[in-house]
Design a protein around this ligand. Structure first.
Ligand code: GDP
Ligand code: IMO
Ligand code: MG
Length: 425
């Protein structure tokens, strides 16, 4: 058996949570492989809405296990909040026994968040626009070989280990930024949350996932963020601190590259980005405002308004290449209903030359989008359930994208609810 991977092809918020939820019933295990509570994955079904930050989006199915993989960074406080909220909504994960956590996943300390905030403040105008969840500093400690891991919480000297790292952070904060905000309340909440986490099975994700494969069971790896936020290949330095691409699923779960099966790449029918950094097709006008309003483009984690723009094919082609995408999912097609004309960026005008790839210095030199005009469709598609009901103009938009991208669109999402999903082939 192989591990299928589902991940975002743009700058995040493509609808990963919704689609993982739609596909979960067909899998035995859903495994998050990177990122942390910077993610906000929204699921809607039966008139209810949930936003998950750390917990995999397969959590609502009784016969599907969920793993928070070793590549994830965990803020115990946020994880406890998620667990408590789910319990209040009738989903008691301890009773259901459907969540396990990798021992090798790194811990986000309250002081990692202080470092994140102080660093962003110091950068001023040029800031990354981080979610301030402590992601960057935690991955820095991981690669700097200083970090604390989930498995450490069961050690008798965990408190001393914690103190040593927190002291290092407070010295850094004092030296670099001149002060340390009071974090005593968060520290108390951190240790309270750690006690809850201890009650969940803590596993070696590499053995856990490979065990599933050996038994012939089906595994889906759930990505967070998006390809253009990848630490190596995204719009650096305006990126997150993990590999959001398929390769990240290998290191973030402990699976070999030859164990990867289908790679399901998800994109919006247009494009959004939250935070700083280049966004060639951005619309700083009324049309952009309209996309934001109709598409409810406000961050699931931070509530920040998302920047909006037309679909960017050079960026999508790049993402498909990096990830080895075998199936595409297009979401939010319903948001474009009623637009007389829609546009797709097919190339960039870059220093007077037409190019169809993401240039290295995209953060320094403007890439002006060359747009193709496409007829819009007027029909409300939020209630359609059959492929035959897809408006002709939307069908030709999909056919155009498939031709450009060289990969078939298998799923079409026409609204936020689980049931608003069509399988095209
Ligand atoms: P994720 O981070 O990739 O899981 O995506 P988010 O949950 O941050 O953002 C996607 C938003 O779009 C959420 O509010 C979803 O409920 C919503 N959504 C997902 N698919 C569709 C769709 O096809 N149409 C509309 N209108 N909303 C959608
Ligand atoms: P999901 O999984 C959209 C963005 C932030 C910022 C940059 C770095 O919901 O798609 P970080 O907090 O990682 O230091 O922020 O990355 N970012 C996201 N944007 N969706 C996300 O996750 C994101 N996670 C981080 O806005 O620009
Ligand atoms: Mg999101």
């Amino acid at each position: 058996m192989a591990v299928d991977v589902l991940l975002g092809l743009q700058w995040g918020d493509e609808g990963k949570g919704k689609i993982v939820d739609v596909l979960s019933a067909g899998y035995d295990l859903i495994a998050r492989f990177q990122g942390g509570p910077n993610a906000g994955h929204t699921l809607e079904f039966d008139g209810k809405k949930f936003v998950l930050n750390t917990i995999p989006s397969g959590i609502f199915f009784d016969n599907t296990m969920n793993l928070i993989g070793n590549g994830v960074v965990i803020d115990p406080i946020t994880l406890k909040k998620e667990i408590d909220k789910l319990k209040a909504a009738g989903h008691d994960l301890l009773a259901k026994k459907n969540l396990v956590i990798a021992k090798k996943a790194h811990l986000i300390l309250p002081t990692h968040q202080l470092l994140d905030a102080a660093s962003e403040k110091k950068m001023g105008e040029g800031k990354i626009g981080s979610t301030l969840k402590g992601i960057g500093p935690t991955y820095m400690d991981k690669t700097g070989r200083n970090g604390l891991r989930i498995g450490d919480i069961t050690l008798p000297d965990f408190k001393e280990r914690y103190q040593k790292l927190a002291d290092k952070h407070t010295s850094m904060l004092t030296a670099l930024y001149g002060h340390v905000d009071d974090f005593s309340e968060r520290e108390a909440a951190f240790f309270e949350a750690v006690e809850l986490i201890k009650q969940f099975p803590l596993v070696d994700s590499e053995h856990y996932v490979n065990g599933y494969l050996k038994e012939g069971k089906k595994v889906l790896a759930e990505g967070a963020q998006g390809t253009m936020l990848d630490i190596d290949f995204g719009s650096y330095p305006f990126v997150t601190s993990s590999n959001t691409t398929t390769a990240g699923a290998c290191t973030g779960l402990g699976i070999a590259p030859n164990k990867i099966g289908e790679v399901i790449g998800i994109f919006k029918a247009y494009c959004t980005r939250v935070g700083g950094g280049p966004f060639p097709t951005e619309l700083n006008n009324e049309t952009g405002e309209e996309l934001r309003r109709i598409g409810h483009e406000f961050g699931a984690t931070t509530g920040r308004p998302r920047r909006t723009g037309w679909i960017d094919l050079p960026a999508l082609k790049y993402a498909i290449m990096l990830n080895g995408v075998t199936q595409l999912v297009m979401t939010k097609a319903d948001v474009l209903s009623g637009f007389e004309k829609i546009y797709a960026c097919t190339q960039y005008d870059y220093l007077g030359e037409k190019i169809d790839y993401m240039p290295y210095d995209i953060c320094a030199v403007e890439a002006i989008p060359i747009l193709k005009e496409i007829d819009g469709w007027h029909e409300d598609i939020t209630g359609i359930t059959k492929v035959a009901e897809i408006p002709a103009k939307l069908k030709s938009y999909i056919a155009f994208l498939e031709k450009e991208l060289g990969v078939p669109v298998k799923y079409l999402s026409v609204g936020p609810d689980r049931v608003q999903t069509l399988v095209l082939y």
